[in-house]
Write a protein that binds this ligand. Structure first.
Ligand SMILES: [Zn+2]
Length: 307
C-alpha cells in the first residue's frame, strides 16, 4: 500500500482532545490508541474522512483524480470502485475542509454579497447526470424560497468564505451567524445597498460602504467596490452549473468548500499534498458527512442548523 500521504502523527484523543494517549495495538491495518483520560480507544483515522473506508489502497489516487476534477465515471473506471462509493468519498472528503483556516477576522476592505442557486433535489442516485427537476442559477430579482442564498465574503488578502445561508432573502441573523465572529474594528465592509448588511454593520460598529447598483454606482473613492465578489461569482456559477450540471442543495455547502479550496490553493504547487495533510487532521469530518441530511432538513424547514 502506498502510504506516503496518509501516514499521520497522532498526538491527541479525538473524543476528548486529551494528549494522554498510549499505543494500543492495531485494528484493521490502522494503528490503535487508548486515551488514559476518557478510556476510549481510537485509530489514526477515527473521525476523519478515512474512517471506515474499505479501499484505502486507492485513496491517494482518488484524491489526485478528484482534485483534477475528473468525473465520477472516469474515477469509477480508473480505480474500479463503484460510482456511489466515488460519490460518497467526494463528500466525505469535502466535509473535511469545511472550516479549514476559516476562523480569523476579515482584514481591511471586505466585500460581501449573496448569490443564489435554485433549490435542487437532484439526489445522489442522479450523481453527475443533469437534474430533471430544478437546479441552475437564479437572477437576483424575484427572490423566493425556491432559491438558496449563499453568502460570499472576501477580503483583499485572499480570505474567502462561502456559506449556504438560507432559502430566499438573507436576514441579519444569517449574517450574524456567518460573519459575526469574523469581523472586528479592522474590517471595512463593502456591500450593495441591501438593508440587512446595513443593520449588521451598525450592530458591529463597522465602517461600511454600500454601493447603489440601481444608480449604477460601481466604485466609490476608487477602492470601495464589490468587483472581487462579482468575479468570484462569475467563476463559481459556471463551475457548479456547467461542470457538475447543477448540484443537489443537500450537497451545496460541500461544493462551496471545494470552490473555496480551489480559490485559495490556486498558486500552490503541492495542492494534493497540502490538501491531504490538512484534511486528514479534521476529526469531525465523518460526523459532518453523517450530518448532511439533517443540515439539509434544517435548511428547507428553516430550523436552526445542528452543529
Ligand atoms: Zn479521550
Amino acid at each position: 500500500m502506498r502510504r506516503n500521504y496518509i501516514e499521520q502523527t497522532v498526538n491527541k484523543c479525538p473524543h476528548c482532545t486529551s494528549i494522554d494517549i498510549i499505543g494500543y495495538g492495531s485494528a484493521k491495518g490502522s494503528r490503535r490508541f487508548k486515551c488514559k483520560n476518557c478510556n476510549k480507544t481510537f485509530t489514526e483515522y477515527t473521525g476523519t474522512w478515512l474512517a471506515n473506508l474499505k479501499r484505502r489502497d486507492v485513496v491517494d489516487k482518488y484524491v489526485e483524480l478528484m482534485l483534477q476534477e475528473k468525473s465520477l465515471n472516469k474515477i469509477k473506471s480508473e480505480l474500479e470502485i463503484n460510482k456511489k462509493t466515488a460519490f460518497d468519498w467526494r463528500h466525505k472528503i469535502l466535509s473535511s475542509i469545511e472550516n479549514q483556516g476559516n476562523t480569523s477576522c476579515f482584514l481591511g476592505i471586505t466585500e460581501s454579497d449573496e448569490t443564489f442557486f435554485l433549490q435542487s433535489e437532484k439526489g445522489s442516485c442522479d450523481l453527475d447526470r443533469k437534474s430533471r427537476k430544478r437546479g441552475g442559477s437564479a437572477k437576483k430579482h424575484g427572490i423566493n424560497n425556491e432559491q438558496v442564498a449563499v453568502v460570499v465574503t472576501c477580503d483583499r488578502n485572499q480570505e474567502i468564505d462561502l456559506t449556504v445561508a438560507t432559502l430566499g432573502r438573507i436576514t441579519k441573523n444569517n449574517l450574524e451567524k456567518i460573519l459575526g465572529s469574523r469581523v472586528d474594528q479592522n474590517t471595512i465592509l463593502c456591500t450593495d445597498s441591501h438593508i440587512t448588511y446595513k443593520g449588521f454593520a451598525l450592530d458591529h460598529n463597522l465602517e461600511h460602504h454600500s454601493l447603489k447598483a440601481n444608480l449604477k454606482q460601481h466604485v466609490k473613492d476608487k477602492v470601495y467596490h464589490i468587483q472581487h465578489i462579482n468575479s468570484i461569482d462569475s467563476r463559481l456559477k459556471p463551475w457548479v452549473n456547467n461542470h457538475f450540471h447543477g448540484v443537489s442543495t443537500k450537497f451545496l455547502q460541500n461544493y462551496m468548500n471545494w470552490f473555496r479550496l480551489k480559490e485559495t490553493t490556486k498558486k500552490s504547487k503541492e495542492v494534493v499534498l497540502e490538501f491531504y495533510t490538512k484534511s486528514i487532521q479534521d476529526s469531525k469530518a465523518w460526523l459532518r458527512f453523517k450530518n448532511i441530511p439533517n443540515r439539509y432538513k434544517s435548511l428547507v424547514n428553516l430550523l436552526p442548523t445542528p452543529d
